[in-house]
Write a protein that binds this ligand. Structure first.
Ligand code: SF4
Length: 373
């Protein structure tokens, strides 16, 4: 494969044999002064992905340019792994996948097919700009796409396979790359990598903290249990009903409740009916997650991580929107009036969707503002 193509699609498996042929090792990438530009491009790649939501194309004219662009992908993964921050992993994976998609749609179908195979999508070429894909792959990759055209019932199935045009195939490949990167990261990193990129890692962490602050400053409005996403509602009800929650569930719930503005005492009160409730241990765990004792305030996990941890319970139609990637987004969106409802007093706000909002508001603590509504 042409080095230029490998530079544009650096996740392809052919990149590793290209690097071997050119005598590039992990050590040279990290320490060789001749590779400093590749390291700089890797740093730039992470910052662009995180701040600008895209991986920009840089002018490339020589084999050295192509090589450094390939290496920038490897360096970027090292930096992202060194921070091991989930928010960064989500932003980075999405930016890589979206940017790859822009390049992929300009390629011919043979190449699109090669990329699909490299991402383990069971696909074969059909006549015209079409590809045949097994419905299990289709379901796995299209589960977040809610437009009617993606529904399995709208597809013509032939012995378990369906035929997609280039546009839709490229979109599925984008999803597959995003999943692959976010599943792979963070990779294990050694001290040498951390030392080499220490200033960058520190800078990235500062940017992440700024972003988290911005996210929190946007505010979540008055605390409302009606707006809780299904996962949090189910875990909270399980605790209140005296059931035990797995550690990952407690972690996610605590981080979520803290981010929407419930303080330690409020969270403790909600956990008090848990069968193994121990006030000192619970306080210690809450203060660790909320950063009071650890100095690191954890944000709740993304939907993707919640799914992989088995704690995405009963996702509803809002969860299934293509853009829904985080329980906090659910909470924010659920509180917003739809455009068509603006200016109307339907009475729904007072009662909530299930008529329980007055009760919910009694349960909520720190009920001081209502910015969202
Ligand atoms: S999709 Fe996200 S918000 Fe909805 S239940 Fe699953 S983890 Fe929660």
């Amino acid at each position: 494969m042409e080095p230029r193509v490998l530079a544009l699609f650096p996740f392809l498996p052919e990149v590793s044999s290209y690097l071997k042929q050119n005598g590039v090792t992990l050590d040279t990438i990290i320490t060789d002064p001749a590779y400093e530009r590749a390291r700089d491009l890797g740093i730039q790649r992470v910052m662009e992905a995180f701040l600008d939501k895209e991986v920009k194309e840089h002018p490339m004219v020589s084999d050295v340019d192509y090589l450094f662009e390939m290496l920038s992908y490897i360096v970027a993964r090292m930096i992202v792994s060194s921070t091991a921050d989930e928010m960064l992993i989500i932003h980075y994976s999405l930016a890589e996948a979206v940017s790859m998609h822009k390049r992929l749609v300009e390629q011919d179908m043979d190449f699109v097919h090669e990329v699909a195979l490299s991402l383990d999508i069971n696909a074969s070429l059909e006549t015209g700009e079409n590809m045949r894909i097994h419905f299990t792959d289709y379901l796995k990759l299209s589960s977040k796409m809610r437009a009617k055209e993606w529904a399995l019932v709208s597809q013509e199935l032939d012995s378990g396979y369906l035929v997609l045009d280039k546009r839709r195939m490229c979109r599925l490949i984008q999803q597959s790359l995003e999943n692959k990167i976010s599943d792979e990261l963070p990779l294990p990193v050694n001290d040498e990598i951390i030392e080499t990129f220490r200033p960058t890692i520190e800078n990235v962490k500062v940017e992440i903290e700024k972003k988290k602050e911005e996210f929190k400053k946007e505010g979540f409005g008055r605390i409302s249990f009606v707006r809780l996403p299904p996962c949090m509602k189910i875990m909270l009800n399980a605790l209140k009903g005296g059931e035990n929650l797995p550690h990952v569930g407690r972690f996610a719930l605590t981080a979520f409740l803290n981010t929407i503005g419930i303080d330690t005492e409020g969270i403790l009160a909600l956990y008090a009916t848990s069968p193994d409730f121990n006030v000192n241990l619970a306080r210690y765990q809450i203060e660790h997650i909320t950063g009071k004792s650890s100095g690191v305030e954890y944000l709740p996990q993304s939907c993707h991580t919640m799914v992989s941890q088995g704690i995405c319970f009963e996702p509803d139609s809002l969860c299934k929107k293509e853009w829904m990637t985080h329980p906090l987004s659910y909470y924010k969106i659920k509180g917003k009036p739809r455009d068509k409802d603006k200016g109307k007093d339907t009475g729904k706000d007072k009662k909530g969707e299930n008529g329980k909002s007055q009760q919910d508001e009694k349960e909520g603590k720190n009920d001081t503002s209502d910015k969202d509504n």
